[in-house]
Design a protein around this ligand. Sequence first.
Ligand code: OTU
Length: 647
Amino acid sequence: MTAWRARRADLAAELTARFGPDDGDLLLARIERRWRDVHEALAAVFAPRHDPAALLDRLLCRVLDAYEERSAELRRLDRRREIDPGWFQSPQMLGYVAYVDRFADDLPGVAEHLDHLEDLGVTYLHLMSVLRAREGDSDGGYAITDYRATDPRLGTMDDLEQLAAALRRRGIALCVDVVCNHTADDHEWARRAKAGSATHRAYYRVFEDRALVERYEEALPEVFPELSPGNFTWSDDLDAWVWTTFRDFQWDLDHENPAVFGEMLDVMCFLANRGVDVLRLDAVPFLWKRLGTDSQNQPEAHRLVQAWRGLLNVAAPGVLCKAEAIVPPGQLVQYLGAHDRLRPEADLAYHNQLMVMSWNGVATRRADLMTHALGRMRQPPPGTAWCTYVRIHDDIGWAVDDVDAGAVGADPSTHRAFLAAFFRGDFPGSFARGAPFMTNHAIGDERTSGMTSALAGLAEATERDDAFLVDQALRRVRLLYAIAMGWGGIPLLWMGDEVGLGNDDAYVDDPERAGDSRWLHRPPMDWQAVELARTDPTSIPGRVLDTVRELAVARAGTPQLRSGGATTTFTTGDAAVFGWIHEHAAEGRLLGLANLHDDPRTVPLGVLDRLGPGAVVDVLDPAGDVVGPDGHLVLDRLDVRWLVTTR
Ligand code: OTU
């Protein structure tokens, strides 16, 4: 803080001179609030090689330029969000996630489907593959050629700005990816490095020495072992090895270089000023590498996010950072800033453990593992929110922690293998029709691809033309989404799930996609199914759409589901019934019960004591009786209850 005190007076004068007394004071307050966190984060990453105070001064210049460039409309939005910093914690927040080119023809085409999103209650839209990626295979757009240009096939940056404005008018926040761990091998920085620029070579992790590469490899896992084995790729142009965690055309940036930090900060400010509300920071666990470790979740990776966020907040405090960290349950909440003390980091992070455990629950029809694993996780800081989801564009990695498996008497690797087999559809009694993703025989790891409906039994049920099984599958989909939507956080709907779209096998005919089974669950949007859903509520798409709407409406009207609370689990007294409580300090408690079994189940009435005094109502069935005529709390097969007390 001494550094701040020394700097404050000068800075106040500079800001007033440049921005006038009002804006100058506003910016001073914003900087003051974040100075310590940003300074500490920069020091932890860059000192002693670089002086953190001098670095911070230079970075502040860049964010002040970004503030200057920010439109009046976006500044007003910032002001509203500074008044209501919990704007994204409202239970009315509902996310939708789609590839632009699979959802519509292009960016202007997205604007034509906003009625559909609004009808679902969507208030947050994550669009993928927006920015210019390399030609040919681009890992679904996650190999960026130009962070300041859109994919030319989808439209221009102006189109993106107009879309953001159209979304804003409807109260929908726009989320776009910042792929900050790597660029495409044809990004300008990479091209310059190949052409011999030492400056740009230093943007990447380049190794002349194969022995060092091999030492790193000893401790590194492989993310895409089938498509891109190993973590390094030889470049003739560089005459060296370059670090490539993901595909060989995705070059990892060297975040030890403060120039890279500044470049990414500029990219974030640029996108924020185009009207993007949420920056999804891709693959953040991989930002920092350390010899002898798996080079994931390193302390410096967190510090980088903290520093970016703090600086971005000076220019655009209304913009959120979302950490994409699909990591073990013990490592997750740190991305929301829960460290030795609160160190503001991402505002949002994916709750992949909830996703994994929910699928585990429906496969095993047992609540024990999810009760234990989810119950053991630390709570997110009050100013943040999870993103909860059932499916997303990526694979499901079976992140069952050894300790959690052991606690319920399961052998961890056997259980993970069971889940992979079950969701591949190769286990006796399995209802799922998924596909393996990136099987790694050497370490016995297999991840899973597949749409929600296919994993939940709908494909099997329709194959067998069995109305009862269809009903079971639809109930399972409802149960999964009811957990995701009843947990606290922003629930994300994966495009197509709202009408129960199935797997898309067509990808195998496309040589660029055939090796990546994630395309199985990235189908083009089926607008005919949407039309059918709207006109015929008894059709399968109609039934799914009704379910999604029912849950979204119920959630929006349930203040207890405001994010920023704590979610705990408990043993319900029935091995097949999963119980959780979301408690928000101001809004009270919601008690969730999910019957994972195919038969009705009875839960001891005592569980209601956890709600405290008051008449108990099921938000999902407000007219129904919570307690049956015989004095029991009965849950129908695969049914869910969201219980609250009336006040
Ligand atoms: C992300 O996912 C994206 O969501 C993927 O679509 C990309 O392929 C990838 O980054 C590379 O840009 O490994 O299997 O902990 O798990 O970054 C998906 C984070 C992934 C990683 C995650 C990654």
